[in-house]
Ligand binder design. Structure first.
Ligand SMILES: Cc1cc2nc3c(=O)[nH]c(=O)nc-3n(C[C@H](O)[C@H](O)[C@H](O)COP(=O)(O)O)c2cc1C
Length: 345
């Protein structure tokens, strides 16, 4: 059974906002069920989770997953209540305050009068608190596997639906950097396993990562990619919220959280990832290197098509000791994606 408590964070007053702290909170509030029976990540795990979700059941932690030593957490944002908890809120009405804060940031004119200036000052203070900081001894580097020891087959990748092409990563933060401006982009995009070290990424052409690849191709460069798996759900929500490309998702996540995200420099690529991530994959895409991706069951309840998609070749995996894998699956609403997007609205 994995240790749920994070090691004390000596540099900061409050405990880290990581996946384990959220699982602990859910467990304390009776909203986490541990499954000790062996469960297969191929179809079975998603089928059980789907049934539990449809009855408004708790988040699940599968502790005995066929073919992997890692436990799998799923359905974390399965109810509106849990979405609010992930944001450090208790009431839906508190979302309005957060919305107001974010709206003030987009205001195109300087504040007028005392009240507006006071509110704006509060927002600037929030912005200062939201700045990310750098962790020089990140927990996500406790174990490091380079190319020769890297095997994606060790991860408990799920295959949710019978006609799905291959096992997938569904809740990874896919991190890239604009080759010109160096502004990072963080998005949640499905990744399909293609071999023991490579996965295709299914990003729509309008997504930040796709834009970065087009720029890298024009410059004749490879694009570096990091995938962070097993982060606090707040970071997942920040990554899945469409924000202007010149704004960093890390800052945005800090605004959501009320404090900055702790980041770590990757081992082999020039990117930063949340320091408390359970697992980090580091790799590159060579422009033009594609493989067929799909089909997969989608959130409308149908299978999507097969599309040639960029191939990420991974050469490094780092992880916490005894990592916990975080995942989700697509399906007709209600499911956690719809809860998360309700909140983002
Ligand atoms: C669970 C989940 C899965 C998602 N999968 C994809 C996907 O496969 N491809 C995609 O383009 N967007 C996907 N999205 C939506 C993007 O993550 C979201 O639009 C995000 O804002 C994109 O960031 P970007 O605009 O900075 O690229 C997914 C969102 C969630 C919550």
């Amino acid at each position: 059974m994995p240790e749920m408590k994070s090691k004390p964070n000596l540099g900061r007053e409050s405990p880290p906002r990581d996946l384990r702290s959220f699982l602990s909170l859910l467990e304390r509030r009776g909203q986490l069920r541990r499954i000790t029976a062996e469960v297969n990540p191929d179809l079975e795990l998603a089928a059980i989770s789907d049934r539990v979700l449809s009855t408004g059941g708790p988040a699940l932690l599968f502790e005995n997953v066929t073919g992997s030593s890692m436990p799998v957490a799923i359905n974390l944002l399965g109810t509106m209540e849990r979405v609010l908890w992930s944001m450090g809120l208790e009431q839906e009405s508190e979302l309005e305050l957060l919305g107001k804060k974010l709206a003030l940031l987009q205001q195109p004119r300087p504040p007028k009068g005392f009240q507006e200036t006071k509110e704006f000052g509060g927002v600037l203070w929030s912005l200062l608190k939201a700045q990310p900081d750098l962790d020089l001894t990140p927990p996500c580097h406790q174990e490091v596997f380079k190319t020769e020891d890297l095997d994606l087959g060790n991860l408990p990748l799920i295959r949710p639906w019978p006609n799905d092409a291959s096992p997938i990563i569904t809740l990874g933060l896919v991190i890239t950097k604009d080759p010109e401006t160096q502004v990072p982009n963080v998005g949640v995009y499905r990744l399909q396993k293609q071999s023991s070290t490579a996965m295709t990424v299914h990003w729509l052409s309008v997504r930040g990562g796709a834009g970065h690849l087009r720029k890298a191709a024009a410059l004749g460069q490879k694009l570096e990619v990091a995938v962070a798996i097993g982060v606090h759900p707040l970071l997942v929500m920040a990554a899945a919220t469409p924000i202007p490309s010149q704004l960093s998702e890390w800052l945005f996540a800090g605004l959501y959280a009320g404090k900055g995200v702790r980041l770590a420099n990757c081992k082999t690529v020039n990117l930063q990832v949340p320091s408390f991530s359970e697992i980090i994959l580091e790799g590159t895409i060579t422009p033009g290197d594609v493989l067929p991706d799909g089909p997969f069951g989608d959130h409308m309840g149908f299978y999507g098509g097969i599309e040639n998609s960029p191939l990420i070749k991974f050469h490094c995996l780092t992880q916490k000791r005894n990592p916990i894998f975080l995942t989700t699956f697509s399906g007709r609403p209600p499911e956690r994606r719809s809860n998360a997007s309700n909140c983002a609205k």
